[in-house]
Ligand binder design. Structure first.
Ligand code: MRU
Length: 367
């Protein structure tokens, strides 16, 4: 993606030294585009935990590079297993993290220690490249949904409601649900996006709005609770979201608040579609409500809010009453029955085992 004429991805290997890892610090957006240089696996773990990098596919790719950084110093079998376990523990809900580290372990276990670091950079690079192509294809497969709505309301914008941030900064490039929106916009379809603020961390108002603004996509930021009202009044043609884990039966874990949007969409006959790459599928898990671990983040994220003063200073202030406790489950699970369908890099399908196996028959044996 372009920022002020420069083509960026959300993670890359430094061109000058050829080994350190560069990321955009997403905790500084939308105020400052700040690039961080990561040189140690502990910095990578910190970047994932503190959400300097975030979004399911991106944390997988960055963790893969974290393993490569570690193997430069110690490429022993013990280090490989220890660092993969440490990075895998940084966030629990998005299965992409585990997926990327498992793919790295599978590629690197058979490699002799002397050749491991180089092989690790290659394997991490392949994960990143894969993600770019995958996300581009997701956009292509989602595009007909938007074209069909546009054909029913000529001359009027297609109103899309989205939650959290599913754009190029949540992946290596393009995004998942936002890839569909970017490709529709680029194809000349008039689109307008209702951007859920996405409290408590404001991935919608801070990150999605920033991305859409940079890409010239018309959008409006709304409070998280406004979506149901807009649907009741015919202001939403489709809900498009991403996901952090999809189970074998098509249950969808995504940013907290997604489930409420799905309920409102169901009640108002608004299509509710979920975009995902194959790395987000967890075919070993069936019942999302019981089997997907939900990350519980610090209560401070709910009790406080962060913003920029007119002076330019970025401040975090308490908005909750003094002394009140807070709770911060970061994800929820939308049951498959509320999902109109899934958009993947291989095409669209029902949110069901049969739908998923139709696109990914090679996963039939996983249980
Ligand atoms: O806590 P975050 O910001 O990492 O959560 C991200 C989301 O919930 C996205 O919707 C999800 O990763 C899918 S889009 C790439």
């Amino acid at each position: 993606m372009n920022i002020d004429g420069v083509a960026y991805r959300s993670v890359w290997v430094d061109q000058d030294d050829g080994w350190s890892v560069r990321i955009l610090d997403q905790t500084r957006l939308p105020w400052t585009v700040e690039i961080l240089r990561l040189t140690h696996e502990d910095e990578v773990a910190h970047a994932i935990r503190s959400m300097q990098v975030r979004g399911a596919p991106l944390i997988g790719a960055v963790a893969a590079y974290g393993l490569a950084l570690a193997l430069r110093r110690d490429a022993s079998d013990a280090a490989l297993e220890r660092v993969a376990a440490m990075l895998g523990d940084t966030r629990p809900t998005a299965v992409n993290l585990r997926w990327a580290l498992d793919r790295m372990l599978k590629a690197l276990r058979p490699v002799a220690a002397a050749a491991r670091a180089e092989a690790a950079y290659e394997a991490a690079g392949a994960i990143a490249e894969d993600d770019v192509e995958t996300c581009r294809s997701i956009g292509q497969h989602g595009l007909p949904l938007i074209q069909a709505i546009a054909a029913r309301k000529p001359g009027k914008p297609v109103n899309i409601l989205t939650h959290c941030n599913t754009g190029w900064i949540a992946t290596v490039d393009y995004g998942t649900a936002l890839s569909v929106i970017y490709q529709a916009h680029d194809a000349g379809i008039p689109v307008h996006v209702w951007v859920d603020e996405t409290r408590p961390r404001n991935q919608g108002s801070a990150l999605t709005a920033w991305e859409l603004g940079r890409h010239g996509v018309p959008h409006t930021v709304i409070a998280d609770n406004a979506g149901g009202h807009l649907m009741q009044h015919g202001e939403v043609d489709i809900v498009l979201v991403g996901t952090d884990r999809v189970t074998r039966q098509g249950d969808v874990a995504n940013k907290i608040g997604t489930y409420l949007k799905a309920l409102a969409a169901w009640d108002n006959d608004v299509p509710f579609w979920v975009a995902l790459p194959h790395s987000t599928l967890d075919m070993r898990v069936r019942d999302g409500l019981r089997e997907i671990p939900i990350e519980e983040r610090a209560a401070d994220e709910v009790l406080n809010t962060t913003g920029r003063l007119p002076s330019g200073e970025v401040v975090t202030v308490r908005t909750a009453a003094p002394g009140s406790a807070g709770a911060n489950p970061a994800f929820d699970v939308t049951p498959a029955r509320l999902v109109s369908g899934l958009i993947t890099e291989r095409g669209r399908c029902d949110a069901s085992e049969a739908g998923l196996l139709g696109l990914y028959p090679e996963f039939a044996a996983l249980a």
